[in-house]
Design a protein around this ligand. Structure first.
Ligand code: URA
Length: 254
């Protein structure tokens, strides 16, 4: 077996057994969010970093992230485990970590997860459904950036029955605050005398976007639920319940 395929095999084995991998100290410090690799090297050279009680000035120093004790100026540094959570957000909760006005926030609903989780984007207080929460800042940024075009699907209960023209306007994009929304998918799922249920898929995340799109075509939203974010749907989660995403689901988001 070549040296390269041996290395790959050994990496796979370590990943599958959860066995730790040694890494350069400056890489460890960067992953832990202390500073960039370059800045971390400076901290090492200046004697700020200790590994298992010994000052580590050598730039080649390697550490085992699971067993070595790394300190910066005497304070323990650790790589935070990343959590990816799907919450079925109930109505009446703010999509934020805390609220100065004491309103209920989605953080309360994931309090059993041992990390500070941030919502990936926002749902209005009175919108329910799929809300991803994570402490992975990079993924959070990617998923909320319009450039990555993650599709979000909503079920909107609207007043009246939209005409074919109104549905085509929703699909083509409507002008909100002087800017046209990107093309969307929109269809009527069912219609009764005074209400209709629409399914709308967008990939932008402008403030109150779906409500304003529907308002603009003359059909105000009475109730809004996000049923899908990318490939992730609600499944059997009841409002207020959450679960961890599987590795495959996280990989799909990446
Ligand atoms: N669009 C809205 O209008 N509200 C939401 O909460 C999400 C999308």
């Amino acid at each position: 077996m070549s040296r390269r395929s041996k290395a790959v095999k050994s990496k796979e084995r370590r990943a599958s057994t959860g066995e730790s991998q040694h890494m350069r100290l400056q890489h460890f410090l960067a992953l832990a969010g202390v500073a960039s690799r370059r800045q971390s090297e400076k901290l090492m050279l200046a004697g700020h970093v200790r590994v298992n009680g010994n000052t580590a000035r050598e730039l080649g120093t390697k550490v085992d992230p699971l067993s070595d004790v790394v300190e910066l100026d005497g304070k323990r540094v650790q790589i935070e485990k990343k959590f990816y959570v799907l919450l079925n957000k109930p109505r009446g909760y703010l999509s934020s970590v805390g609220d100065a006005r004491g309103r209920r926030t989605v953080s309360e609903l994931v309090a059993d997860i041992p990390a500070r989780l941030y919502p990936v984007g926002r749902l209005d207080m009175d919108t329910d459904g799929v809300l991803l929460m994570t402490n992975d800042g990079e993924l959070c940024h990617r998923l909320t950036h319009p450039r990555f075009e993650v599709e979000k699907t909503y079920h909107a209960e609207v007043e009246g029955t939209p005409s074919r023209e109104a549905m085509e306007d929703l699909q083509r994009g409507v002008v909100i605050d002087g800017v046209r929304t990107s093309p969307a998918r929109a269809r009527i799922l069912r219609s009764s005398e005074d209400r209709s249920l629409l399914e709308i898929t967008v990939h932008e995340g402008r403030k109150r976007q779906v409500k304003r799109m529907c308002e603009t075509v003359g059909h105000p939203v009475a109730r809004l639920t996000r049923v899908r974010f990318g490939d992730i749907g609600l499944g059997s989660l009841e409002p207020g319940q959450h679960r961890l995403l599987s590795d495959a689901e996280v990989a799909g988001l990446l």
